[in-house]
Write a protein that binds this ligand. Structure first.
Ligand SMILES: [Zn+2]
Length: 463
């Protein structure tokens, strides 16, 4: 079973609608196809961000644990969907274990993959300060009249996947002008809840993604996430104007948390919190390890073995055991079995227990680039008005210049090294450019007092 689209539908509808061999892809393939069909540059921008992160230097990646502030938006139409604080904390625990590789089942990683098992060294914390500077528990709860946020013609989707398989271009062409919208939960205007500043918080919407297929509500998509495409104000021609209002992760409520008592059909396969691990992997830039294609397609990383398919069951109603998947070797040329332990495969959750070193590095690189705004988690609550701060890496800034934009007034800009020493300070107004070429390579913290936005030329950081 997988994180994504349709597996349960495969099980439920197998006899009537689907053939067992119709493997339906992840929600990410669908969202990518929809965006690609509407916005010509989308795939190019995603690819740019990926290549940038994959090729960036590793010297800063072995440092401190990187902490991401999280806001969980619980959107409920029934009392059961209003999931408990305990379940949410359990999900955070799973994320932290998996991204720190302190998960107990790390011991189950096969010997053949131990050399490439990586530790992202990333932690997740429920936000303690909201975008207005008020104290928060990092959870919002919204009652909605929307019974399901999947409001699409199932037959059309199934037809598209039957014809196209995982071919994004084909799916895009098939569904492009149908007006499908997967993001209705991300706006209060459509029964959902608006995101908190997507640059400073990881927004996770937990809501109902079921579809009634005639046999009662059935999970349709278990989750999806938007990949990094550069920071806000990055050249984004070809993206929708409101793209940044979509950024984040969406998880079907029955697949959220550890040992979810409401897992229903997902019990035993998708109830241990790893749907969220997988989707946060996407959010931090990772791709499926089989590259959404056959053995000629790849995820762009060298330490995930080639795979010609995902490890989702190919047969309706059958769930392969981890043991039986150990013999899966869909691309024999690389002399390695498929890495069914990887969180970015579709094996059942109990088979999954690892990211690789390159996956870990890529996610950390994304946190220095397009996702850098997360590292200091929104506004810092101090006595000063609107104090914001941001990690930057020198010389990754274009022209070694910080460009100040979006400030309505004169602001103080401070630059500290990682030992906390003040290395630069000055007053700045919008339009100023501050050269940092005299500073040694390394990571720094920029702090803007009474500021709103601080930008590197060509790569903008909104604070
Ligand atoms: Zn996926």
């Amino acid at each position: 079973m997988n994180k994504c689209i349709g597996f349960v539908i495969v099980m439920v509808l197998a006899q009537s609608v689907l053939l067992a061999q119709d493997v339906l892809p992840c929600g990410n393939v669908l969202s990518k196809a929809l965006l690609s069909s509407q916005y010509e540059q989308y795939e190019t921008l995603v690819e740019q961000a990926y290549q940038d992160a994959a090729s960036s230097q590793v010297e800063f990646r072995d440092g401190d644990t990187l902490i991401i502030p999280v806001v969980i938006h619980v959107i409920h139409n029934t009392p059961q969907q209003n999931i408990s604080d305990e379940l949410i904390q359990g999900q955070l625990d799973v994320l932290n274990e998996d991204f720190l590789r302190t998960n107990a089942d790390a011991a189950l990683t096969r010997d053949i993959f131990l050399d490439v098992a990586g530790t992202p060294n990333i932690q997740f914390a429920l936000a303690s300060i909201d975008p207005d500077g008020n104290a928060t528990d990092g959870i919002t709860r919204t009652e909605t009249t929307v019974e399901s946020f999947i409001n699409i013609d199932i037959s059309l989707i199934l037809e598209a996947f039957a014809v196209c398989g995982f071919d994004v271009d084909c799916i895009a062409e098939y569904l492009g002008d149908t007006g499908l919208d997967l993001d209705l939960m991300k706006s209060s205007a459509t029964g959902g809840v608006d995101p908190w500043d997507v640059n400073s918080y990881l927004n996770i919407w937990v809501c109902n993604l079921s579809l009634d297929v005639g046999t009662g509500p059935t999970p349709f998509i278990l989750g999806f996430a938007y990949p990094p495409v550069g920071a806000p104000n990055f050249p984004t021609e070809g993206l929708p104007e409101n793209y940044w209002e979509k950024d984040g992760v969406v998880i079907h409520w029955e697949a959220f948390g550890k040992d979810n008592p409401n897992a229903g059909l997902l019990a035993g396969t998708n109830d241990s919190g790893r749907t969220c691990t997988h989707e946060v992997g996407h959010y931090l830039g990772l791709r499926h390890i089989w590259g959404d294609g056959d053995c000629t397609m790849d995820d762009g990383l060298t330490d995930t073995p080639s795979a010609g398919s995902n490890s989702q069951s190919q047969e309706a109603g059958s769930v392969p055991t981890c043991q039986s998947l150990h013999t899966k070797d869909s691309c024999v040329d690389d002399m390695l079995p498929d890495m069914i332990e990887n969180y970015m495969d579709y094996s059942i959750e109990s088979c999954q227990n690892m990211f690789t070193v390159e996956q870990s590095n890529l996610m950390r690189a994304m946190l220095e680039g397009p996702r850098a705004g997360l590292l200091n988690g929104g506004l810092t609550n101090t006595n000063e008005e609107h104090v914001v701060q941001q990690h930057i890496k020198i010389p990754s800034l274009i022209n070694n210049t910080l460009a100040i934009t979006g400030l309505s007034d004169n602001h103080a800009v401070y630059l500290f090294d990682m030992q906390g020493n003040l290395v630069l300070s000055r007053q700045a107004v919008s339009g100023d450019e501050i050269s940092v070429s005299h500073l040694a390579s390394g990571q720094y913290v920029v702090r803007v007092v009474k500021g709103q936005t601080l930008a590197g030329v060509g790569r903008t950081f909104k604070l």
